[in-house]
Design a protein around this ligand. Sequence first.
Ligand code: H79
Length: 412
Amino acid sequence: MTTKVPSYEERIKWFHKARFGMFIHWGLYAIPARGEWVMLQEQIPAEEYAELAKKFKPSKFDADAWVALAKEAGMKYMVLTTRHHDGFCLFDSQVSDFTSVKTAAKRDFVAEFVKACRRGRMKIGFYYSLLDWRFRGYHVGKDKDPGSVEAMVQQAHAQVRELMTNYGKIDIMWYDGGWVPELPREQIADYWRSRELNEMVRSLQPHIIINNRSGLEEDLDTPEQHVTASRPGRGWESCMTIGDSCGWGYIRHNPNMKTVTQLIQHLVNAAAGEGNYLLNVGPKADGTIQREYVERLRAIGKWMKVNGESIYGSQRCPFGGGIIGTTTARDNTAYLHVFRWPGEEACIPRVGNKVKSATILATGKRAKVHQLPNGRLFLRGLPTRPPDKHDTVIRLRLDGPPRAVPGDWMTK
Ligand code: H79
């Protein structure tokens, strides 16, 4: 039987509506609490690292609580590390003993996560690291230890099959760890046999969105730790940590956290480029999410309650915000995101539409609209101080889809 794979446009639709998701990095590395790279960075031998599995008994793990927090933040999907580079699986695998089911926890956390997501109507993404540091062949190269590399690749294929078979409908396959030391990018797909792998994924999950980290472009670009738009029509998602860029897994003391304002502005910038923002949390070893993250996510959620219409399903707006901020759009509406509040009057250049109304979402109040034939739009009677300290959104109802006039004021 051949399974029909829906078109890219059909598969990516929900993703564009969603715009905001939660990334979760959780595994054994939460115990030492020095980030998910601790095994490699501190050169911990695999046998010693494996001891952590004896202590991994997360007493407070509650997938519904994770989902509730994501919901509160206004997120629409969640991506969990089913396995990171250390090779430890949070799911029941028949091809490895290094799993949370076969060690102290005796639980299939992926299964619990999936069930909670379904209860909370969250779309579901599986992060899966192709590489597994425990295999010598990965480090020394295929030439020096072909058997080890073959075993690692076979394990990856078998585990991806398990993930795509045993947990119902999955919405995103989020590969990572596809890079190989000394191997040029073009050869990565051959190393992992990614064509065969992704064909299998699509035959088991025809609706799935696959990211670009198996050495093949597939459906999604994945800028990491920065917000950079792909070309129009191409799906993309920026993933980012709240703390310093070196830690996705829990770090005990990581004081350099982004502010709520910074996080909201990243989300808005992603939405302005028709992209998504996948914001990471690294829960503690007991399964709980640290207070600093919870507070930030709740504050973002408060902002999203008022301003979410400018984010979900956002489209590019052909005129920008100038120095004061940026713009998103939806159908015949443009949203001006004012990051740097100008005071009582705002000027937006190159607006090619007639603006029918301008409303501050935070207060519900209207601004006076004044337009010049050269595209300069003036909003007047604004409050002196920013009504929203993070990003004040002004909704502009237009006479049609947003258009820009040429920026040729000096040459005309
Ligand atoms: O899963 C997260 C990272 O572990 C993984 N991708 C995201 C989503 C990732 N792997 N590699 N990288 C990101 C880039 C490599 C960064 C490194 Fe480092 C710089 C590796 C060693 C120094 C980051 C900073 C990891 C440890 C310190």
